[in-house]
Ligand binder design. Structure first.
Ligand code: PAD
Ligand code: ZN
Ligand code: ZN
Length: 377
């Protein structure tokens, strides 16, 4: 490509600090260094985890930063030493990388590569520098990805090559929301056929948990949300019934216990609210229930549970990115999508040009969207 080896000037949304709108600016994107690739982003989703940074819920973030982590694009150029990717390849950035060499990567039961930047938020590439500048200032990366920009640079362990037929404006959801929810049911929860599941929070990730529970053969899937507008879509995805905690005087775990002969087999918290995590845990059966934390709680939050509730046989677990080893599984998930194993359409409520990114976040905050997909024209 004519741009290979050169600095690219392009549009990006900069988060200069918390509690302010993202600012569309011209940035410079340096060429990829060794074991890096530069990618042209084609489509990127608006996820709640980005909004947690904008709202200030994640306190140890480095600013300024280019957010965005759910995306799909095309390789523009590759640095030295990159063997599995070439210009023109369709790719999905991986917010949980897979180096293949660390203790987690070598353990078949873990997907949390040591090279991840979740929770630490150092905001740099593996070589501890960044490829972005704006108005002469270096701009930080966000969780190995940074996709709210026309071009980004990724470590090669944080990008997966996908099938050339994949529609990028749909499979971008496989970069976060879909895979996280779906994997939380099939990998982390290991939902069994015939079981009863409760899903707390019916946003894009929660609906993907519902889809996963259905694919796993659950016979009852109870959706729980404070917003009744989320129920029709949840049923379309496979929820067998939906309830709103506001409609009951009793605590929701007691309501669920009555509905399910002493508690559900699996409960998923897909909001990021620690008191809901406690009630999701209490909603599971006392002798054999399993609760899965999917939601990302504010940095300062602490979870309170009654140890007796664990002692009697309940399990509490969680995972990022649905437990998928990312580089191995993202291409497979894309193939499963192309084979029509699941549908992403119910998760996408809006498409918008990238410049309208702040509108995308407004819709999410007002509860009016599931996923808004931003596209570059
Ligand atoms: P979302 O905001 O679209 O959905 C959250 C839903 O929860 C909304 O429908 C709300 O109405 C509902 N809700 C809010 N409070 C309550 C409550 N007290 N009781 C019942 N319902 C409530 O978010 P999302 O689906 O994009 O993301 C959900 C969470 O998952 C969020 O915390 C996000 O940061 C996290 C996440 N985790 C990972 C991961 O790897 N674990 C990946 C992506 C997102
Ligand atoms: Zn996300
Ligand atoms: Zn690793």
């Amino acid at each position: 490509m004519a741009t290979a080896g050169k600095v690219i000037k392009c549009k990006a949304a900069i988060c200069w600090g918390p509690k302010q709108p993202l600012s569309i600016e011209e940035i410079e994107v340096a060429p990829p260094k060794r074991h890096e690739v530069r990618v042209k982003i084609v489509a990127t989703g608006v996820c709640r985890s980005d909004e947690h940074v904008i709202s200030g819920a994640l306190s140890n973030m480095k600013f300024p930063v280019i957010l965005g982590h759910e995306a799909a694009g095309i390789v523009e150029s590759v640095g030295e030493g990159v063997t599995d990717l070439k210009p023109g390849d369709k790719v999905i950035p991986l917010f949980v990388p897979q180096c293949g060499e660390c203790r987690c990567c070598k353990n078949p039961d873990s997907n949390l590569c040591y090279e991840n930047d979740i929770g630490k938020y150092n905001g740099v590439m593996r070589d501890k520098t960044t490829r972005f500048t704006c108005r002469g200032k270096p701009i930080h990366n966000f969780i190995s990805t940074s996709t709210f920009t026309e071009y980004t640079v990724l470590d090669d362990i944080a990008v997966a090559k996908i099938h050339p037929d994949a529609p990028l404006e749909k499979v971008c959801l496989i970069g976060c929301g879909f895979s996280t929810g779906y994997g939380s049911a099939v990998n982390t929860g290991k939902v069994k056929p015939g079981s009863t599941c409760a899903v707390f929070g019916l946003g894009g990730v929660g609906l993907s948990v519902v889809i996963g529970c259905k694919v796993a053969g659950a016979s009852r899937i109870i959706g729980i949300d404070l917003n009744n507008d989320k129920f029709a879509r949840a049923k379309e995805c496979g929820a067998t019934e939906c309830i709103n905690p506001k409609d009951y005087d009793a605590p929701i775990h007691e309501v669920l216990a009555k509905m399910t002969d002493d508690g559900v087999d699996y409960a998923f918290e897909v909001i990021g609210n620690t008191s809901v995590m406690t009630s999701a845990f209490s909603s599971t059966h006392f002798g054999c229930g399993k609760a899965v934390i999917v939601g990302l709680a504010p940095s300062s939050a602490k979870l309170t549970i009654d140890p007796l509730e664990v002692l009697t046989g309940r399990t509490l677990t969680g995972a990022v990115f649905g437990g998928w080893k990312s580089k191995d599984n993202v291409p497979k998930l894309v193939r499963d999508y192309l084979d029509k194993k699941f549908n992403l359409d119910p998760l996408i409520t809006h498409y918008m040009p990238f410049e309208k990114i702040n509108e995308g976040f407004d819709l999410l905050c007002k509860g009016e969207s599931i996923r808004t997909v931003l596209t570059f024209t």
